[in-house]
Design a protein around this ligand. Structure first.
Ligand SMILES: N[C@@H](CCC(=O)N[C@@H](CS)C(=O)NCC(=O)O)C(=O)O
Length: 212
């Protein structure tokens, strides 16, 4: 498998899932602004949507959309228990979280901040206020749900946690003060202490610094 990713982007979740799954994979970094891969290809020729992540499967076909990519990886490594078994109640809970993170946190909150057209949306101060304001409401929802549980689904780390890690990293990047959401802040710290998360953060930060 080949994962197409941009450093510290949402593709970090799939990168992490592949590490935890212990599956062999090749990581191909994408310059998301130039839409070129590190080996010089036009990224639109791989994913016509121009978005990461994209996962090139062993038969050469390409799977896109983070939620699908994450579940694909999880299903390829059942021993890692990154996804609950297909059709189980917990699997629908996982999909519920993946969809929530994608459609209520990732895209509406951060697309105007990180997306290709951010400059034309709002001036920087207003943009910062917009992002922090939306995040507040979402974090008010998340924090109580993490008060008496360690992970989002089934009391074990799943790909939903990998995806939420990305959002919490970005919240730190936009300098969100987390004191109002202690359970969420503790959850983020818990994630950052996992050996696989340390490893993925090391690799992604290294690439981020190199690409900057
Ligand atoms: N619907 C896609 C969205 C993926 C996405 O937004 N990726 C961002 C990085 S986090 C991206 O590639 N943005 C490039 C751009 O906006 O041009 C998914 O869920 O995978």
């Amino acid at each position: 498998m080949k994962l197409y990713a941009d450093a510290m982007a949402c593709s970090l979740a799939a990168h992490l899932a592949l590490i935890v799954a212990g599956l062999p994979f090749e990581l191909i970094w994408v310059d998301n602004k130039a839409k070129r891969t590190e080996d010089g290809r036009d990224y639109y020729s791989i994913n016509p949507k121009g978005l990461v992540p994209a996962l090139e499967l062993d038969d050469g076909s390409v799977l896109t959309e983070g939620a699908a990519v994450l579940q694909y990886i999880g299903d390829r490594a059942p021993q890692a228990q990154l996804v609950p078994p297909p059709a189980s109640d917990a699997r629908y809970r996982l999909q519920e979280w993946l969809n929530y993170i994608a459609t209520e946190l990732h895209k509406p909150v951060f697309n105007p901040y990180f997306g290709a057209h951010k400059q034309s949306v709002l001036p920087p101060d207003a943009l910062q206020r917009y992002v922090l304001g939306l995040l507040e409401a979402r974090f008010d929802y998340l924090d109580p749900r993490l008060r008496d549980r360690e992970w989002l689904v089934d009391e074990r780390f799943t790909v939903a946690d990998a995806y939420l890690l990305v959002i919490l990293n970005w919240a730190q990047h936009v300098r969100m003060t987390m004191s109002r959401w202690p359970a969420l802040a503790a959850y983020h710290r818990r994630l950052l202490e996992l050996p696989a998360v340390r490893e993925v953060m090391r690799r992604e930060r290294e690439r981020y610094a190199k690409a900057a």
